[in-house]
Design a protein around this ligand. Structure first.
Ligand SMILES: *Cc1c(COP(=O)(O)O)cnc(C)c1O
Length: 364
């Protein structure tokens, strides 16, 4: 606390990002980064952009990037907004679309940044409990007595569970008077076919879909996110952005992000590799007695019936493997484990086998 702080600053409870320790030989499975490097074309495009041109401001509209995203998703450039990571895009959505007199609804277990934005922007929030399979029940939202807007991640974080598009469409159709933001940070890992709710934006003017290049395109360090929705929702975000920072994406970020959206082959092969590793890891951990929620993301959410999750996380850390453990009601016995490359997944499985023992090797 300081004499110089505003009342707002004094009232904030900021988000705490997953730790980024810089230790050699660390198996880092705690922040859902992609284990594969960005596309070589991305690195080449960024190199090409380095030069005297950095003297000049970037395009405030980032038109090249909006066009590339619009081409990829077969929407109009006027239906696309881009920002400095999807966290910034979400922030603008909270301020510009989700703040109303009636409360913003989101799941009790979801992205822990949402309550932080509510605090920053003075938004009334109400959380609705996931069902006992840790799924979003759309009826809870449709039946909520008081609803100013809705946001949820899909797949949800940190559970990894996917809400089918038909259920999202039922919500959109049942609540046509409220904005619904679907945070698709992990949607590219849901399957080879696109499961994105972007397919619904032309039919539902209340839908904003937010995505990021941080996870499925291996660019967490470049900070690029985007939103797709009806042009009037996009205009709301542009009005906030142009009242806050006209140049959220720098020249290197625009060049790299365009190349990332255009390198289809690299994107398809790395996401297929992550999905494949996830399926194998689910089998291996299930064999060790873990219960693993069905994951459509680049992480899994797992618990062991006989071992405390906090103790498992510490035992893994002692072996230089870090995973995420949330000391939060309902999920305190779960670990969220990012999907690494094959060597990292194997190191995790080996360590957990040492810690919990292999039930198949135990005599009855
Ligand atoms: C990682 C993540 C984001 C933020 O991604 P950035 O684009 O890196 O800011 C947003 N929502 C969810 C649910 C995430 O897990």
């Amino acid at each position: 606390m300081s004499l110089y702080w505003s009342d707002l600053v004094a009232s904030l409870t900021p988000y705490v990002p997953g730790e980024q320790p810089r230790l050699p030989d660390l198996v880092k499975l705690n922040t859902n980064e992609n284990p594969y490097p960005p596309s070589p074309r991305v690195l080449e495009a960024i190199r090409q952009e380095i030069g005297g041109g950095l003297r000049l401001y970037p395009d405030p509209e980032a038109a090249r990037l909006k066009n590339a995203i619009a081409r990829y998703y077969r929407v109009l450039p006027g239906q696309v907004f881009v920002g400095n990571g999807s966290d910034e895009v979400l922030g603008h959505a909270f301020q510009g679309l989700l703040k109303h007199d009636r409360p913003l609804l989101f799941p009790d277990i979801s992205y822990s940044f949402y309550p932080v934005y509510c605090g920053l922007y003075g938004i009334t929030q109400r959380t609705l409990a996931l069902n006992d399979r840790f799924e979003i029940d759309v009826d809870d939202y449709l039946n909520a007595p008081d609803c100013g807007a809705v946001i949820f991640p899909n797949p949800n974080a940190p559970t990894g569970c996917l809400l089918p598009l038909a259920e999202i469409e039922r919500l959109l159709a049942g609540k046509p008077d409220v904005a619904v933001v679907v945070d698709e940070a992990y949607i590219d890992f849901a399957g080879q076919e696109s499961m994105s709710a972007i397919a619904l934006v032309d039919r539902h003017p209340n839908l904003l879909v937010v995505q990021t290049l941080s996870k499925s395109r291996s660019l967490a360090g470049l900070r690029v996110g985007f939103a797709v929705g009806h042009a009037s929702l996009i205009e709301a975000l542009e009005r906030i952005k142009n009242s806050f920072n006209s140049y959220p994406l720098d020249r290197l970020a625009i060049a790299g992000a365009v190349a990332a959206m255009e390198d289809h082959a690299y994107f398809e092969s790395t996401r297929a590799a992550v999905i494949h590793s996830r399926e194998r890891l689910v089998r291996d951990l299930s064999d060790l007695g873990f219960a693993v929620l069905p994951s459509a993301a680049n992480f899994i959410f797992a618990r062991h019936p006989d071992h405390d999750a906090g103790e498992l996380a510490s035992a893994l850390r002692a072996r230089s493997i870090i995973v995420r453990h949330f000391r939060q009601a309902r999920i305190a016995q779960f670990l969220r484990i990012s999907i690494g490359n094959d060597a990292q997944c194997a190191a995790l499985t080996t360590a957990l086998r040492e810690i919990v023992g292999d039930p198949r090797n135990e005599s009855p």
